[in-house]
Design a protein around this ligand. Sequence first.
Ligand code: HXC
Length: 257
Amino acid sequence: KEYEFIKVETKGKTGVITMDRAKTYNALCNGMIVELCTAVTAFDEDPAVGAIVITGGDKVFAAGADITEMVGLSFSDCYNQDKFKDWAALTRVRKPLIAAVNGYALGGGCELAMMCDIILAGDDAKFGQPEINLGVIPGWGGTQRLVRAVGKSKAMEMVLTGSMIDAKRANWDGLVSRVVEPEKVVETAVALGNKIASMSRPSVLMAKEAVNSAYELTLTEGLHVERRMFHSLFATEDQKEGMAAFLEKRKPEWTHK
Ligand code: HXC
């Protein structure tokens, strides 16, 4: 499939999507959002792929929504089109999504990273929600996901002042899972993707679903969901294989069934 704003490739069992609009720091124009959602959905449906990486490459992740597309919008343009609903496709993806972030992840770029399941950062990465400088507020989940990631006080300071945090702070605050050298970010993300893709598919999908339940449910409901999923995995061949392989001191051979 031909894309205008992104590049798409498969590395091992990991689907890699690279945003490719360097001149505007990968500003997320409407076309790029549609392409990102299309590519992610295609990888989600591809049985040869077990995990998906989204990156902007070695220099920049994304400097946010394309301001040139928003400057002239009226309230009714915004409301009637509701362009931003397209992002729902990303949150419906069942396979793990890894954001590999170098350089700026600002506004919608930071929000895109936070829509992913794991964020890996280069030590040059910078995260921020600068919308307040434009007379607006985050609109793709920044006021919600950032609070859950770093807590209210830190999120409030970032959202109210537009100030950025560097990779070290983002790591310390729990926004990212790990920080590596900038030129290693994408390969580390791909290695992580391939490691996840080498596990039994049903347990990976259920593990992601169970962890995400922690965002949506009460503890009692979440524990209930987890326990039911745990029980249901005993209906898989991979559970028998995984436990037998451990006892026989050999590597499991997953059938993903
Ligand atoms: C459109 C953008 C852009 C953006 C950068 N550019 N960010 N174009 N939308 N979000 C363009 C610049 O206009 C410029 O184009 C080129 O990219 C290089 O940017 P410079 O500013 O010249 O580079 P530099 O001085 O290095 O500063 C980099 C930067 C800065 C810190 C990333 O560009 C910046 O602050 N960008 C805006 C970040 C932002 O406010 N993001 C939030 C957007 S709102 P020319 O043609 O001059 O070379 C948002 C809300 C989402 O994301 C949710 C609701 C819709």
